[in-house]
Structures are given as structure tokens and as C-alpha cells.
Design a protein around this ligand. Structure first.
Ligand code: GDP
Ligand code: MG
Length: 297
């Protein structure tokens, strides 16, 4: 049966509603069932136990008798877990160099275009660097977006050294006094050692050629891939100093649980969520409205 609920947590919301109907009392049996439901919803084991322990605590201290009363408590606990405060925002310092990383197909190039559009709308000058030199199509795609958004791009030919493109990009950004540089990269994860070396090399070039720039390294993840997105977060956080996540394709996926796991288990703030393919479909992540989605009322 199709879930009646919609939103980031559709399936979870439905299961929680069913649970509350079946188990009207906020007792241990209810919380045990809740534990199972959370684990089945892309929320990691450790995070789930943290949520249910906190819930037991609140049942005691707030004297909650009915499972219906667990709803606001669950929303509050979720909000606290995903609310990383200032870390949810991009650094408000310029020049700002944003490196976008992630495997192919997650939405890196599209998110770069959306971010560029967003900065431009706010009066910032933007420059794109096409350092995904692995496939010719990548630079072409980014070029099309740069034209649509109306921002300059620095690129080389297919197979070029990504660090050489970044070198040129930094020079261009300095010469033009650019506020925000956004750098596309190739998403190869099959060889961790290579990726680590390549990222280190790129970072060295940025440090050397653009020393005054504030830095962000954003990992782009596709929400529809569920547990794969989580394992990508694990692998990339081992090779890069990530400052945050862009979580794409979040609409209609019912995979909101990923956000909670990223925040709690990897200490990674989701800074932006992608809600579609259009240029306006990138929103700043808001913990409060996100948590309110759990019961989708
Ligand atoms: P890349 O390989 O990581 O650079 O991924 P692309 O930016 O080329 O995106 C891959 C596909 O996902 C494209 O068809 C995009 O239009 C689509 N896409 C990217 N972000 C979103 C999003 O937030 N929502 C939806 N629905 N589609 C997206
Ligand atoms: Mg791309």
C-alpha cells in the first residue's frame, strides 16, 4: 500500500502514526517498537539509541502517559540532533573558496549552478572552476550552467590535471577580485589513496595560490540512495576535511532520516537541501521545519 503521508519522512510518519494507534501508552513496549521503526528508517543504531534513551528520560521527568505525548518530544529531540547552529551556514567571509566533492550522479554540478545563482542574486561575484577533468561532458555541462547563471568559468581540456585548472582558477579569481569561487571535482572513490592524494594536492594549490580565501568543502549526497549516502559520508570524511553536506533529491524520497544520522554520527551539518532540478530548488536547511516533517501534520 502507498503511504498516505508525504514529506521527508513519509514512511516513518506513517509507521509512527500506526504505532501510536496500536500502543496508546507511553510505556517500554512502545519505546521498544519505536526503536525498531527508527532503525528501519535510515537512522543509525547509535543515533536511534540516543533518541530512545532521551525519550525514556522525558517520559519519566515530564510524566508522559500516552504515546501521543511522545510526538512533540520526538520532534524536539530530532531538532536538537540536527541543529548544528552556526555550522549550518556557509562562512560569511570573502573571498570564499567552495570545493564540491561527491561521487558521480549525486548532483554536484547542478548544486554548483544553484549555489552560483544564489550568490549572484545576493550581489556576490562568482567564478566556477571545472576541475572535474575526468569526463569531457562534465566541463561542458558546467559551461552551460555558467552561461545560464551568467558567471565566468575556468576550464581545461579532458584529462587535464585538476590542480592545474585550480591554479588558473585561483589566478583568475584574484585578478578579478571574485567573492565566491566554486570548484567542481571528479567523484572517483574507487581508489581511496588516490583520491586522498588528489584532494591534498588540490588543497595545497588553493592554500598557496589563494591564501586569503575562507574555505568550505561540501560533500554532495543523493538522499534517494539511503544507506549508500551514509557510506559515502563515511568514506569521504576519512579523506577530506568536510565542512558540510548538500543533500540532493530530498523531495518525495522519505529519506529524511539520513539528515539525523549525518548530524549525529558524523557530526556533519546539512547546509543545503536540493528539492528539484531548477535553479531555485536549493534551500538552506532549517532544523525546525525539518523536525516538524516527522509527523507531517
Ligand atoms: P554530478 O555527476 O554529481 O555532477 O550530478 P549532476 O549535477 O550532473 O546531477 C545528476 C542528475 O541529478 C541530473 O539529472 C540533475 O538534474 C539531477 N539532480 C541534481 N540535484 C537534484 C535535486 O536536488 N533534485 C532532483 N530531483 N534532481 C536533482
Ligand atoms: Mg558533474
Amino acid at each position: 500500500m502507498e503511504p498516505k503521508k508525504k514529506g521527508f519522512f513519509a514512511r516513518l510518519a506513517q509507521k509512527l502514526d500506526d504505532l501510536i494507534l496500536m500502543r496508546p501508552y507511553a510505556d517500554e513496549a512502545t519505546i521498544d517498537d519505536l526503536e525498531e521503526i527508527l532503525i528501519a528508517s535510515d537512522i543509525g543504531m547509535d543515533t536511534t539509541l540516543k533518541i530512545t534513551d532521551e525519550l525514556r528520560e522525558r517520559v519519566r521527568t515530564d510524566r508522559l502517559h500516552y504515546s501521543d505525548q511522545l510526538k512533540p518530544a520526538i520532534e524536539e529531540i530530532t531538532k536538537e540532533l540536527v541543529d548544528k547552529g552556526e555550522a549550518l551556514k556557509l562562512k560569511d567571509q570573502y573571498p570564499l573558496f567552495i570545493m564540491m566533492i561527491g561521487v558521480n550522479g549525486v548532483g554536484k554540478t547542478t548544486s554548483i549552478a544553484k549555489l552560483a545563482h544564489r550568490f549572484k542574486k545576493n550581489g556576490r561575484s562568482v567564478l566556477l572552476i571545472a576541475a572535474d577533468t575526468f569526463r569531457a561532458a562534465a566541463a561542458e555541462q558546467l559551461t552551460i550552467w555558467s552561461e545560464r547563471v551568467g558567471v565566468p568559468i575556468v576550464k581545461h581540456g579532458e584529462g587535464a590535471d585538476p590542480s592545474a585548472v585550480i591554479f588558473d582558477g585561483c589566478a583568475a579569481a584574484k585578478a578579478r577580485g571574485i567573492d565566491v569561487v566554486i570548484c567542481d571535482t571528479a567523484g572517483r572513490l574507487h581508489n581511496k589513496k588516490n583520491l586522498m592524494n588528489e584532494l591534498a594536492k588540490m588543497n595545497k594549490v588553493i592554500d598557496r595560490e589563494f591564501p586569503g580565501a575562507a574555505r568550505e568543502t561540501l560533500l554532495v549526497l543523493d538522499a534517494t540512495t539511503g544507506k549508500n549516502a551514509i557510506s559515502q559520508a563515511r568514506e569521504f570524511s576519512e579523506v577530506a576535511d568536510l565542512t558540510g553536506i548538500v543533500l540532493t533529491k530530498l523531495v518525495g524520497t522519505a529519506k529524511g532520516g539520513i539528515v539525523i544520522t549525518l548530524a549525529d554520527e558524523f557530526d556533519l551539518p546539512v547546509k543545503f537541501i536540493g528539492l528539484g532540478e531548477g535553479m531555485e530548488d536549493l534551500k538552506e536547511f532549517d532544523p525546525e521545519s525539518f523536525a516538524e516533517n516527522i509527523f507531517d501534520e
